[in-house]
Each structure stands twice: as structure tokens, then as C-alpha cells.
Write a protein that binds this ligand. Structure first.
Ligand code: SF4
Ligand code: SF4
Length: 349
């Protein structure tokens, strides 16, 4: 089978972007050990060690892999960007978590694509990856020509922007490779200037990405990956965010005319919820409401911790009774963040 046939089957399957690249190390992989050594991964220890080492070379995941098919799926929908919203009582949930869990959606499509290819070629060795596999997905996507890695560290496609879910098929098929996309950030620094916590740091690489994410300063890390207390000094920086952050993508000019998806699974059901409705969720209600959503990853205690901080940052005195209830929660993590929020609101004249 040739690469063009694979690409047209990918589009028939529903993917918006497809490119093919070798399975050896990428340019971004060269910086990965340095990124780890700088401690930019914070408490995400699963990124270190043997599993971390696998990330830099896709063929370590499948010895027979000759090609990596990188695939992208648009997930933007008709909803505002962070700077368009005046937050008084609402919470911000990251755009990628507004609909169904993309891992399930993308994985299903990847298997459908494998099936379509196998109908024509017969069985071949393959491995399907969606985020959870140890693989530098964005680096391979950039190398496969899907876009470039912007200063906001996201993959950006010049026609689609950065609201793209990625998935990969490692395959024993020998296919023609695509060229990497050129870097098109130019002199723009909007994402760096807009990041409320200065989490985007320059890196001294002659090739590959120009900036790296210091996760330990990033709102997405605090609200999703960090399981313990959020450092007090960092809490005001969270603003209204209770799960992830989109600011560095919302301000990117390449997202101004980003196309939107009509896929039912990505239509928003968790965009801009009221903080009040989140603060009264029981653990069972949280698990039920977010069962098919990436939000489940924050876990109940972590999510309510974030809600308490966002309430404190709102300065809204109407939240005080609910915060008193959270301060009496059985979980010390929720209690402590609720008490902090009460003090924050109390400190406002
Ligand atoms: S996600 Fe938010 S906190 Fe993280 S780098 Fe982007 S703007 Fe900064
Ligand atoms: S905001 Fe500007 S610098 Fe940042 S990723 Fe977009 S184009 Fe690049």
C-alpha cells in the first residue's frame, strides 16, 4: 500500500490531519532529558526512567515499526475563548475536556483505520497510541508535517490551529515519509506574554522547539496532575481555572479562524459551569457526571480543591456559605483550600 492510499483512508475514517514519519528519535527528543533534569515535569514521575526513555524513540514500542502514521482530529467547538469571558461565578474547564474523553474517541478511530488498511493489505504489525503510550506525540506529529511546535509548546497547523487531538499508528508497513512543517511563530510572543504564571521558558536549541513548558508553573499541571496541596503563593494565579488552562492557545493568532467540529462526541457539556454547582457535587455525583470525561483524572478531592481556590480568587462573597461547607469536608485537602479561599474573600474590602 502507498502513503497516499493510507492518507485517503485516514480521511475517510474521519481524521482531519495525517502525516507519515520515521520511527527513530526526533529533534525534540534531544531536549527531553534536559527538560526532565530541569525538573520541569514536577511530580509526573511516570515521565522519567525506563518509560520516559521509551518516549524519545517510537520504534522501541514496536520493534518491527518502519513508519509512524500521525493523525489529528479537530476538537474546537462554538464556544468563547478565555479572554472573552468575564468571570464572576463561572469556572474554566479546558476546552479539550468539554466533551467525551478523546482517548476513547481517537483510539476507536485508529482501530477503524487499521481495519480499513488491513482490508487492502492483509494483517500487518502495528501499535496504536493515544497520549497514554510513552511517546513524544507532538514531536512526531511535527516531524510528520502536521504542524510546528509553537512557543506555547502546542502543535499548530497553519489551517487548523492548535485545537487538535493526536493519535498514532506505528506500523511495519514501509511508507513514504512527509517533510516537517516550518516554524511559523515568527516574532510573536502573545502566548508567553499572556501566560499568567510565566510557565513558558525559552530553551537553547539550534533546531526543534524554541520554548519548553515548566509544568511546575503551569495551571494545567496544578489543576490536573498535582494531587496534594497547591502552593499558597501560586493559588491566585489559578484564577477561575478548575481543570486545565487554554490561555496560551486562546490568544494564539493561528486559532482565530480555527475550524470547528460537528462531531457529537466533542460537543460541549462541561463548558463554563457555575462554581456553585461544582462545589455541591458529592463524590458519587462527581464520578457519575464526569465518568466519560477527562475531568475524572483530577479526582474528586483534587477537583473540589480547585473549585475552592477558584471561588477564593473570584472575590465573590456569595460563595462564603458554600466555602464554609467545603471547609467542613472530611478531606483535609478540601478543608484547607476552602479555609484559604474564605480568608482571601475576607481580605477584600
Ligand atoms: S496552559 Fe496556562 S498556565 Fe500553562 S503555559 Fe499555557 S497559559 Fe501558561
Ligand atoms: S501565540 Fe504566537 S508565539 Fe505563541 S504559539 Fe501562537 S504564534 Fe507562536
Amino acid at each position: 500500500m502507498d502513503a497516499d492510499t493510507v492518507k485517503s483512508l485516514a480521511r475517510e475514517t474521519g481524521f482531519d490531519l495525517v502525516g507519515i514519519t520515521p520511527t527513530g528519535p526526533t529533534l525534540a527528543a534531544a531536549f527531553y532529558p534536559e527538560w526532565l533534569a530541569a525538573g520541569y515535569h514536577g511530580e509526573m514521575s511516570y515521565l522519567e526512567g525506563h518509560r520516559g526513555g521509551l518516549r524519545s524513540e517510537a520504534r522501541q514500542l514496536l520493534a518491527s515499526a518502519k513508519s509512524l502514521i500521525s493523525l489529528g482530529l479537530i476538537y474546537d467547538t462554538r464556544q468563547p475563548y478565555t479572554p472573552d469571558v468575564e468571570f464572576t461565578s463561572q469556572a474554566w474547564i479546558s476546552r479539550y475536556a468539554w466533551g467525551d474523553d478523546y482517548h476513547d474517541v481517537v483510539r476507536r478511530l485508529l482501530y477503524q483505520l487499521v481495519e480499513r488498511i488491513e482490508k487492502q493489505t492483509g494483517p500487518f504489525e502495528h501499535k496504536v497510541c493515544v497520549d497514554t503510550a510513552p511517546l513524544l506525540e507532538r514531536a512526531y506529529a511535527a516531524q510528520a508535517g502536521l504542524g510546528w511546535i509553537g512557543k506555547n509548546t502546542c502543535l499548530i497547523n497553519e489551517k487548523i490551529g492548535s485545537w487538535i487531538f493526536l493519535g498514532e499508528i506505528l506500523t511495519s508497513l514501509e511508507l513514504a515519509f512527509d517533510d516537517p512543517a516550518p516554524f511559523r511563530c515568527g516574532t510573536c510572543t502573545r502566548c508567553i506574554d499572556a501566560c499568567p504564571t510565566d510557565a513558558l521558558v525559552p530553551i537553547a536549541q539550534t533546531a526543534g522547539p524554541s520554548h519548553a513548558l515548566d509544568s511546575t508553573k503551569c495551571i494545567s499541571y496544578w489543576t490536573i496532575e498535582l494531587h496534594g496541596p497547591i502552593p499558597e503563593d501560586d493559588r491566585p494565579g489559578l484564577g477561575p481555572h478548575v481543570f486545565g488552562c487554554d490561555i496560551c492557545q486562546d490568544v494564539c493568532p493561528w486559532n482565530r479562524r480555527a475550524p470547528q467540529t460537528d462531531r457529537p462526541d466533542f460537543q460541549p457539556r462541561n463548558a463554563l459551569p457555575e462554581l456553585e454547582e461544582l462545589a455541591i457535587l458529592t463524590e458519587d455525583e462527581f464520578n457519575e457526571r464526569f465518568a466519560d470525561s477527562p475531568i475524572e483524572r483530577a479526582r474528586y478531592g483534587g477537583f473540589l480543591r480547585n473549585v475552592a481556590v477558584a471561588m477564593g480568587n473570584s472575590g465573590n462573597r456569595d460563595f462564603l456559605p458554600l466555602l464554609e461547607t467545603l471547609a467542613a469536608n472530611a478531606d483535609p485537602l478540601i478543608q484547607e483550600h476552602a479555609r484559604w479561599a474564605i480568608e482571601e474573600i475576607g481580605a477584600i474590602e
